[in-house]
Ligand binder design. Structure first.
Ligand code: ADP
Ligand code: ASP
Ligand code: MG
Length: 482
């Protein structure tokens, strides 16, 4: 009997009503005729991680009282869930809430007293504080499930997810994680108890609490799925699957029934927040399907991500975008015909542990984009050894994805003619040729996404045919660097 992973995001546990709702989703999975064994991964109640991080910031600035006070409304939200749903076991959960409040307060006071931000312990304290969000959700949800007659037990995810000590963005140590996950969960699963774990959190081999990076609960679900050989990994969130664009920018975006692993990975990487960028990695390795479903409307459409690829009629399946991107250009005549230049250049980014997203090159220049600018001044200084460096902040990346891009002529021209009055740079087609990515000024990103969405998803087939004809006519004007 195979496990099935159910990951419930922050908005899926935002209040008592949401807890009641997801308890029913888990109960249905337990009763499912296929005999699958649910393993639940849950996020902090929505907004709580943000509040915990803000409290750490307040404490760092020496305002311990403000830091503690700012969390009060969130403890009250947890208590409301206890009052509404846990009449049978309120004492132990209330105790846990109170105990957590005291521990968080103690940690915040430590942060305030050691306000030196260079101090290595600050990052450790931050992860320890933030981890309470997921830990409390897991305890609450397990209790709510028991109150709904589902046999469930909260399991401390830090005993399963073993990571390096890169606090705030820790990387799981896979072989240890796989072994400890199986050790911690297998007997519960065998005895039909639903394990409930907080996502996002882990610990070093030495037992220090870590976190996997914002939005990391999806990644936890995928890691557990891989460790347990799950039948499926289900990501329950507040939208009906992966949509044709970010619904906050394109309100009439539609859900996509199927995506290949590669398509979903590109979308997640280039800004579709519905999936954490690392989620697909463990799933692909073991060929475990990932389904994205709406916890507020469980019967509505969902997206199935799997190894099969499928061309959609529109060829373009979705448009992702991300803002707050910085581009860097290095120009050097020394590059011309030289070897070893690119390696030396990228070593600078390696050394500063900074990930690079999009890269394009010409004979004498390299352009690239980054999200994380914390080490940028040092990086720029090192790059100046190679040539002239220019930096542009306030950029956005737009990424158009679809397996059909591989084989459909004219797509690039159609894209660039749709937004011909918007200045684009860093045009790149990934090696898999299923995406076309470019940078625009951040202020025009939403407009670019809306216009492209209209072009590819909101015009009728007839109009599409005419548009394709037009696109072939202008093809060749857009320069694509692969
Ligand atoms: P959760 O708390 O369940 O993890 P997230 O807020 O992390 O939920 O992710 C869901 C949100 O992702 C959606 O509410 C939506 O605003 C955003 N999003 C961005 N791009 C897309 C997309 N292409 N498809 C669906 N949702 C998207
Ligand atoms: N609670 C964490 C966050 O807000 C992790 C998650 O929700 O996936 O980033
Ligand atoms: Mg998320």
């Amino acid at each position: 009997m195979k496990p099935i992973i159910l990951k419930l995001g922050g908005t899926s546990v935002e209040d008592a009503g949401a807890f009641r709702n997801v308890a029913q989703i888990v109960a249905r999975a337990v009763d499912d005729q296929r005999g699958l064994r649910p393993v639940v991964v849950v996020s902090a109640m929505s907004g709580f991680t943000d509040a915990l991080l803000a409290s750490v910031q307040d404490a760092r600035e020496g305002n311990a009282e403000g830091a503690v006070a700012g969390l009060e409304p969130h403890f009250a939200r947890h208590r409301k869930v206890v009052d509404a749903l846990l009449s049978t076991e309120p004492a132990s959960i209330s105790q846990l809430l109170e105990q957590s409040r005291i521990e968080i307060e103690g940690l915040l006071r430590l942060v305030a007293s050691e306000s030196d931000s260079e101090n290595g312990r600050q990052k450790y304290y931050q992860d320890a504080i933030v981890s309470f969000g997921e830990r409390l959700s897991a305890a609450l949800l397990a209790a709510v499930l028991r109150a709904t007659d589902v046999s469930a037990e909260a399991v401390d995810a830090r005993k399963c997810i073993i990571t390096d000590d890169n606090f705030g963005s820790a990387a799981p140590l896979m072989s240890q994680t796989l072994a400890s996950t199986r050790r911690e969960l297998q007997s519960l699963i065998n005895s039909s108890v639903v394990p409930v774990l907080g996502g996002f959190i882990g610990s070093t081999a030495g037992g220090q609490t870590t976190t996997l990076g914002r939005g990391g609960s999806d990644y936890t679900a995928a890691i557990l799925g891989a460790a347990l050989g799950a039948h499926e990994i289900q990501i329950w969130t507040d939208v009906s699957g992966v949509l044709t664009a970010d619904p906050r920018v394109v309100p009439n975006a539609r859900s996509i029934p199927r995506l290949s692993f590669a398509e979903a990975a590109e979308l997640a990487y280039f800004g579709a927040k519905v999936l954490h960028p690392k989620t697909l990695q463990p799933a692909v390795e073991r060929d475990i399907p990932v389904r994205i479903c709406n916890s507020r409307a469980p019967q509505s459409e969902s997206t199935l991500v799997g190894s099969e690829t499928e061309k959609s009629p529109q060829t373009v399946k979705s448009i992702a975008h991300k803002t707050r991107v910085t581009t860097v250009q290095i120009t050097s005549a020394r590059m011309l015909g030289a070897y070893g230049f690119l390696r030396a250049l990228f070593e600078v980014f390696d050394k500063h542990r900074t990930a690079v997203d999009v890269v394009t090159t010409s004979e004498v220049s390299v352009s690239l984009s980054l999200d994380d600018t914390s080490a940028l001044p040092a990086i720029v200084e090192a790059l100046q050894e190679f040539g002239t460096v220019s930096v542009e902040s306030g950029r956005a990346i737009v990424c158009i994805v679809g397996e059909g891009l591989r084989s459909t002529p004219g797509i690039a021209a159609r894209i660039f003619s749709t937004i011909s009055d918007i200045n684009v740079s860093l045009i790149s087609q990934g090696a898999s040729r299923i995406n076309l990515t470019f940078a625009v000024e951040e202020a025009r990103a939403a407009e670019a996404v809306r216009r492209l969405h209209q072009e590819f998803f909101e015009t009728s087939d007839e109009e599409n045919a005419t548009a394709k004809g037009m696109a072939s006519a202008v093809e060749g004007r857009a320069e694509v660097v692969s």
